[in-house]
Design a protein around this ligand. Structure first.
Ligand code: FEO
Ligand code: CA
Ligand code: CA
Ligand code: CA
Length: 635
């Protein structure tokens, strides 16, 4: 594959290409199991594991009757798949663009020029590219949206450069500015929703914005650099994927595939051993390292260890310094789902999106008191990783010096390695976690895993740390191309509890093409099928909104699934219905609601064809605002 083609890949696809897993490890028992092809259906028949899969079985049996009774839970008429270049929503709803890649946040700044891209001067004053996780905040009477810009397409931002590769530090800065986070005020008027240009809240945070490390890794030798000998003051937040919101009104932006920005100009530089687990390699997609020494790991080997965190941003103060909360671990963070424990401690659930990586939970030491000091709640606490049993139970394993044999700062810089040491369960790429506002339960999208229980040269594939990707009850399908959503119920109805029960809310699949486990669970049918669940949030009524980032060829195993989409799920019945279809090539990711819950904001990332401006225009990643025509509440 050429570099040019790589620029057309989504970040996840690119990262998979860059990071082929280490071939295999020796684990005869597991190999034997895989060879015998006791996959999903096999596990169903396997003694104790059958109990766990019984949770799917229950869903299979009960869903259809209950779903019919609960029809009124769905306030919309489900829509069919689409394969075209625009967005579709149900009858009685409409959508309009709110914010498009390159749209000015300040006056005196030009909208993006499709021929010349964005100028350096404008590049940190416009809405960035590739919208992702978002949250809405009320500050006084102002509605603010904080939203991530996950990555950029080089060629469209540097249209005059061969393959979009930077030829100068200025070119690098343009790319750096078009990613990160936007905070913007939005308002609804006669012409619908708009950005409030020049609002005092409007702000771009990007790859050069000053920020601060805090928590257990701050000040560690592992994060010190020549420019920051104290290991505290860093620049930039990277590959901002999903998001979260604290009860005290701050935004959490999550650094996912940060590895892809760091390279080297020194061909014979030996990469430190810890790089491998995070996929930090010599080649980068962007070429930052050619002009910006900070990204050359031969000169700044600790710089990548200052990325991969959850970053807290105060959207109410455009001059505030974002804080990298190292206590939440260094992984390829998808999102950060914040919920309060029964006693007021703060619990944050987090997925690490890579094949065979883990699901995490942080629990604060202190409790949240409205109006009280919240500055240490995301610094002082315990980080846990999930271990699922095949019996439908699970436990949260604490990552401490005692359990891992690692020093405290090492746990928070090399979190993946720590989690492997305690025997966490390898997962099928944990994407967003969502917690139900009307029940004590949480959900995580396991988007897919092409390596699950796959053999190479007679041995089973592993994650980058050598943990074998054998089948287990929560990840029960070999070469899992469709994904599933796992749900857990904390013991004692307390998110801080160390134990939980779990089941599978759904297994995506294609019941037309397959009649086995790849058909999916029984709440998946010809009318609502999809693949690769990814973004996910609950609305305030307890409906679950699922967004997909999958294969949209509409062919072969994906025939009948159309473009990426957003569906609503009923946690009580398991019923799933399609609400939205995206333009061809786009993924649907990120969502939030207006303060009055009459508008649902949804992110449309990396469309292929001209969207939303129509033929002859640039494809632009866009936040759309969806309303019901009668202006009823929809969230
Ligand atoms: Fe940025 Fe895992 O999605
Ligand atoms: Ca993606
Ligand atoms: Ca995602
Ligand atoms: Ca994804």
């Amino acid at each position: 594959m050429t570099d040019t083609n790589k620029n057309h890949l989504s970040w996840d696809e690119w990262d998979e290409l860059q990071n082929p897993p280490p071939a295999v490890t020796d684990f005869d028992l597991v190999v034997e199991r895989a060879v015998s092809r006791r996959g999903f259906l096999g596990i169903l028949a396997m003694g104790s594991a059958a109990a766990a899969m019984g949770t799917v079985g229950n869903l299979l049996n009960s869903t259809s009757a209950q779903a019919q009774e609960a029809a009124s839970r769905f306030p919309f008429k489900p829509i069919a798949i689409a394969t075209d270049n625009t967005v579709h929503v149900p009858e009685g709803y409409s959508w309009q663009p709110l914010a498009k890649w390159g749209q000015p946040l300040f006056s005196g700044v030009a909208d993006i020029d499709p021929v010349n891209g964005v100028s350096l001067e404008a590049s940190d004053k416009v809405f960035g590219e590739n919208t992702d996780g978002m949250e809405l905040f009320m500050v006084g009477n102002s509605q603010l949206i904080a939203v991530n810009h996950e990555y950029v397409n080089n060629e469209t931002n540097l249209p005059h450069n061969e393959k979009g590769m930077p030829k100068s530090l200025d070119d690098v800065k343009i790319l750096q500015h078009m990613q990160g986070v936007t905070v913007m005020e939005v308002t609804e008027g006669e012409n619908g929703w708009q950005i409030v240009v020049d609002s005092k809240f409007n702000r771009r945070i990007h790859h050069n914005t000053p920020m601060r490390l805090s928590g257990p890794a701050a000040g560690s030798d592992l994060v010190k650099t020549a420019a920051d000998p104290a290991g505290i003051d860093c620049l930039g937040t990277f590959n901002n994927c999903g998001a979260g919101k604290t009860p005290w009104g701050t935004y959490l932006t999550c650094e996912e595939n940060f590895n892809g920005y760091f390279g080297t100009t020194t061909a014979d530089f030996k990469l430190p051993d810890d790089y491998k687990r995070y996929g930090i390699v010599a080649e980068t997609r962007y070429g930052y390292e050619l002009f910006d020494e900070r990204f050359d790991v031969s000169k700044n080997p600790n710089e990548p260890r200052r990325a991969g965190y959850v970053v807290e941003i105060d959207p109410s103060d455009a001059s505030s310094t974002p804080i990298k909360r190292t206590a939440l671990g260094r992984i390829k963070h998808e999102n950060a789902a914040v919920v309060e424990a029964r006693d007021g401690r703060v619990v944050v659930y987090m997925g690490d999106d890579e094949r065979g990586e883990f699901l995490y939970k942080y629990v604060s030491n202190g409790i949240y008191v409205p109006g009280g000091d919240t500055s240490k709640l995301l610094d002082e606490g315990t980080l846990y990783v999930a271990k699922f049993s095949d019996e439908g139970t699970g436990e949260w394993l604490a990552l401490t010096p005692e359990t891992t044999g690692m020093k405290l700062d090492e746990i928070y810089v090399f979190t993946r390695q720590a989690a492997s040491k305690v025997g966490a369960t390898t997962m099928d790429r944990p994407e967003w976690v969502a917690t139900n506002p009307v029940a004590i339960e949480a959900y995580c999208c396991l988007t897919n895993n092409s390596n699950r229980a796959v053999l190479k040269d007679g041995k089973m594939k592993t994650n980058a740390g050598g943990d074998v990707l054998e089948l287990n009850a929560v990840n029960p399908r070999e070469a899992n191309e469709y994904g599933q959503i796992v749900r857990w119920y904390p013991e004692n109805n307390d998110h801080a509890d160390g134990k939980f029960k779990w089941d599978l809310f759904l297994m995506a699949g294609n019941p037309v093409v397959h009649k086995d486990a790849y058909a999916g669970s029984s709440n998946i049918n010809e009318g609502n099928m999809f693949n690769s669940p990814d973004g996910m949030m609950f609305d305030s009524t307890g409906l679950l909104w699922i967004q997909t980032d999958g294969e949209d060829s509409n062919e072969g195993d994906y025939a009948g699934q159309g473009n990426n989409q957003m569906l609503a799920g009923d946690p009580v019945t398991g019923r799933i219905e399609r609400f939205l279809t995206a333009p061809k090539g786009a993924e649907v990711t990120g969502q939030t609601w207006s303060a009055d819950k009459r508008t649902h904001f949804v992110g449309i990332q990396h469309p292929d064809a001209p969207f939303p401006d129509g033929e002859g225009k640039l494809p632009r990643s866009t936040i759309i605002a969806i309303k019901k025509d009668d202006n009823a509440r929809i969230g």
